[in-house]
Design a protein around this ligand. Structure first.
Ligand code: CO
Length: 145
């Protein structure tokens, strides 16, 4: 099972981070934390944080850097907007194994490295009420390899 501890971040697909930065920073009032390149997924990702240190929720803007990025395909099909919800979990290996055993469709069979020194894995929206769902384990989780 997921046993979610918190919402870790919300992923939002955009065609251009630059075009939306002012909205998140100035209109919404979130703290801009920086931009990371994620070459493995052909993405640029910008992070904005809300809430007190240690209990913050991030907004993750996902901008494809190539037309064959999965986010580019998403944008072509659905346009800009909500892309995924990420939940903080502990023991991501065990969580994935339990979910697989329960018949949940996994996109990632094994955790992979995410931004901010996390390990992440995606669950298929078919199994999660239509919401692309990311499990996200911060560094120092309890199932170290
Ligand atoms: Co994410």
């Amino acid at each position: 099972m997921i046993h979610a501890k918190a919402i870790n971040h919300i992923g939002i697909a955009v065609r251009s981070i630059d075009a939306h930065r002012a909205y998140y920073e100035q209109t919404l009032g979130a703290r801009f934390e920086g931009i990371e390149e994620v070459p493995a997924q052909k993405l640029r990702v910008a992070f904005f944080a809300l809430g007190p240190e240690g209990h913050q929720v991030r907004l993750e803007l996902l901008e494809p850097t190539s037309p064959d990025s999965s986010v580019a395909a998403f944008l072509d099909k659905r346009g800009e907007g909500l892309h995924h919800v990420a939940y903080t979990v502990r023991g991501i290996h065990d969580r994935l194994a339990e979910l697989r055993d329960a018949g949940v469709e996994l996109i990632d069979q094994q955790p992979r490295p995410g931004a901010h020194h996390t390990r992440i894995a995606f669950l298929h929206p078919k199994s999660t009420g239509g919401v692309l769902t990311e499990l996200c384990e911060p560094q120092g989780g309890d199932d170290a390899e």
